[in-house]
Design a protein around this ligand. Structure first.
Ligand SMILES: [Zn+2]
Length: 175
């Protein structure tokens, strides 16, 4: 059966960037404004399943996706994604994408959260790049997708230690 990320590419749902081997999209359950994913077009499950050539193109995909994030009208997008599909104007740049997934109440809820997020009107140069490489590492879709998560001043109680917080009780070694 076709997995989610193969389907998204085949149907070109919400692509914000692509090169020869990768495409990017915004995560529809973002944990920060601009949270995006870089995904191989080929059905690849784990990071080390990538070929050397794909690795070379991954660098460009990550760099270019960050540029897209930094220039994207995030507030407008989350405003649109906060609405019921029937409220979306046909001229909306997100109309086509929403028409393919009109009933997603979770996306609406997350989009509303983004509009009140501390980072929604800020810019940032700070990111967490992350890949859940295997089920025990949190992978829920068996197709490689590398998260790009913009981080903003004041977006967490304690931003130190970053991805170490995937194991909360061991994250902070400077208590
Ligand atoms: Zn796939």
């Amino acid at each position: 059966m076709e997995d989610f990320f193969c389907k998204v590419y085949r149907e070109k749902i919400g692509l914000i960037y692509e090169n020869d081997y990768f495409y990017s999209r915004f995560d529809r359950y973002p944990i920060a404004p601009g949270h995006a994913e870089v995904i191989p077009k080929r059905h690849v499950i784990q990071l080390f399943d990538l070929t050397s050539r794909e690795w070379m193109f991954l660098k460009g995909a990550l760099e270019d996706t960050v540029k897209v994030i930094e220039s994207y009208p995030l507030k407008d997008m989350y405003t649109e994604f906060s609405k019921e599909f029937k409220e979306i104007h046909k001229n909306s740049p997100w109309y086509d994408e929403m028409s393919k997934n009109p009933g997603d109440a979770v996306t609406r809820d997350y989009s509303k959260k983004m509009l009140t997020h501390v980072g929604i009107d800020k810019t940032t140069d700070d990111y967490n790049f992350g890949n859940n490489d295997g089920p025990n590492a949190g992978r829920t879709v068996d197709h490689l997708h590398i998260h790009i998560i913009p981080r903003y001043l004041g977006d967490a109680v304690d931003s130190r230690f970053g991805i170490r917080w995937i194991i909360p009780e061991l994250a902070n070694y400077k208590k």
